[in-house]
Every structure is written in C-alpha cells, then in structure tokens.
Design a binder for this molecule. Sequence first.
Ligand SMILES: Nc1nc2c(ncn2[C@@H]2O[C@H](COP(=O)(O)OP(=O)(O)OP(=O)(O)O)[C@@H](O)[C@H]2O)c(=O)[nH]1
Ligand SMILES: [Zn+2]
Length: 355
Amino acid sequence: MGWRRTDAYDDYGQWSEDDVRVRANRKGSRPRTKVRPMHEDAQEGIVLTVDRGRYSCLVDAGHRKRERTVIAARARELGRKSVVVGDRVALVGDLSGDAGTLARIVRIEERSTLLRRSADDTDEVERVIVANADQLCVVVAAAQPEPRPRLIDRYLVAAYDAGIEPMLVITKTDLEPATALRELVAPLQVPVFESSLGAEPSNALREALVDHRTVMVGHSGVGKSTLVNALVPSAARATGHVNVVTGRGRHTSSSSVAYRVDGPGGIGHGWIIDTPGVRSFGLGHVDPDAVFRAFPGIAEVVAECPRGCTHLADAPDCELDEAISDGRLDELGAARVASLRRLLVSMTGPDAASD
Ligand SMILES: Nc1nc2c(ncn2[C@@H]2O[C@H](COP(=O)(O)OP(=O)(O)OP(=O)(O)O)[C@@H](O)[C@H]2O)c(=O)[nH]1
Ligand SMILES: [Zn+2]
C-alpha cells in the first residue's frame, strides 16, 4: 500500500463549477485528432462506491435539497483509466438520480493523493484503491486478535512516505488496556483514540474526522466494521466474520466505500473510506528519506547526511546520530528516530510482506 500526494486538495463539499473548469483547461491542450466534446455542461460528482462497472456518485454535495446519488458508468473516452472511490469526476447524461437512470463519467479530475496497493515489496504493479484521502486511520485491537506491531509500522510508513497524517484507533479496550499500543506510537505522536464494544465513538475521534477524508485500514477481526457502523449507523457493514453473499444493495466485502461521518453533536462532517481489501500490501516504492523528512526537526538533520545515507542504525556518518549526541535532537527526537528506524527495518525484514 502506498500513497502519493499530487497537489492541493479541495474539500468534498466545496467544489465549484469554476474549479472544475480551471482544472479541465489547465494546460490549454486539445486532442490532436478528432475534436472531443469538452462536456462543459458536465457536473461534478464524488465517487462513493464502485461495484462491477457501476459507480455511485454524490452530486451537489452539501446542498441541503439537491444533494443526491447518481449511478454512472464510464464513458468510452476514459480509456483504461480506473475510477476509484474518492475520485472527483465529471458527469453527463441523466443526473436525476431516479431509479433506473444511468449517467456517464467523462472525466476524472486531478487527484490530490492516491492510495495504492502492490502485492508485495518487490511488486511494481500497483492498483489504485482510493483517491483524494488526507488521513489514514489504523484500526488495531488491544486483544483478539493480538496486535501486530509490524503491521502497524507498515501502515505508518505508508502514511509518512506520502506526508499523509496517520491516526490510531485502538478497539476492544474492554478486553485489554491500550497501554502497550499507546507506548508503541508515543514517540511518533500519532493521535490515539480508544473504542470498545457498545460505547459511543468519542467526540475526540469524531472531531478528528471532521473536514478530512480518512481511509480506515486494519487487519481482519480488529473491529473495523463495528467501528464504521458505530460512526455511521446507516453504513450497515457486515461484522463478525460473516461471509456476506453479495445481494442487491449490498456491497461486496472487497469494495471500498466512502461514508459521510458527523462531527460531535452533528456539527460538521468528514468522510471515512472503508477499505476491506487492504490487508496485506507491499511497500516497494517507499522512500526512507521521505519518511524521515515527514518530521520537522528531523528533516533538517537528514538534509545534512552524506549522499545515499539510509539513516538506519548501521549507517556510517548518519547525521541523526550526531544530532542525538550533540543535543540538536532532544529526548523525544531521539525516541522518534529510534521508532522510525524500527519502522523502516520492520518494513524490509524477512517476514515483512507476510503481515
Ligand atoms: N469485546 C469487543 N469485541 C469487539 C469490539 N469491536 C468489535 N468486536 C467484535 O470483534 C469481532 C470482529 O469485529 P468486526 O467489526 O467484524 O471486525 P472487522 O475488523 O470488520 O473484521 P472483518 O469483518 O473480518 O473485516 C466481532 O465479533 C465484534 O463483535 C470491541 O470493542 N470489544
Ligand atoms: Zn542519515
């Protein structure tokens, strides 16, 4: 799994016609052959679900009365470009959203980030899973199943690599205290939230989701579906390892879905994107340098490193060691370097790709 940030993003609820037009004509380029219709009457939509060639798209997002979901198919002119959950698309055709109607997706707008997955660390072929997300929420159980620190590390590395903010939700704290997991991420200052069966999601967690597009990831059985259902009661994600037979109106367990999530007291909202498919992933494309550079204070230090420095514990003349001994990095900074080094080693370790 990996991310790429491509440019600044817009909030899902704040796209204007202007924005779409500016982006579409940004380069002023025209197809050389055959004049393609520019679809200036196209309306923007946000892809919420993808299911066997049908895309449900939110149109007039944020409009109290006009907001609706439109089912669309890809227009032939998209070629082989894949449309994924979170994509901002241009839609033409029947946009009423009435039953039985089908719109067409004629354009994919520029993406601010991309969540991709490769089969393992050496796999070059990556599949795009989610577009335009800006937070990664790692869901991990305090117990049952036992936490897998290396898997958490891998998720964090993927987030830091792309400069996307990670956060941690520790579930099942009714079974086991969250202490050990909190200690694991403390030096990195990853925001941590707790969740337990039957309890309402905390206001702090809801607050952290407001105005963000957050991808939820976690190993099977940690309680991710339970958490998504608690945050978004209408989501009705299947829980308890049920092997859901795909019925009408039901999403397969392998498709990602975006849900609007309310802020505390119903004030404000954000989006969470549940990604049941993201369980094992490769990090073949990750740049260790980018991971260190994600932290202010550490970024300045690694800039002074010899060319090609891996910044790991065995790297000769790594400036990080200098900075720890001469005090440029304080205790927290030193602990953070140790954590990042652990993360990066864990990423390339012998059973790294098997988590
Ligand atoms: N004790 C306790 N059990 C929980 C909690 N959250 C979830 N569970 C249980 O853990 C099991 C797995 O929960 P799910 O929500 O299905 O987990 P998941 O991560 O979505 O797993 P998959 O469905 O395999 O993707 C279910 O039996 C839940 O009832 C919790 O906070 N405490
Ligand atoms: Zn270095």
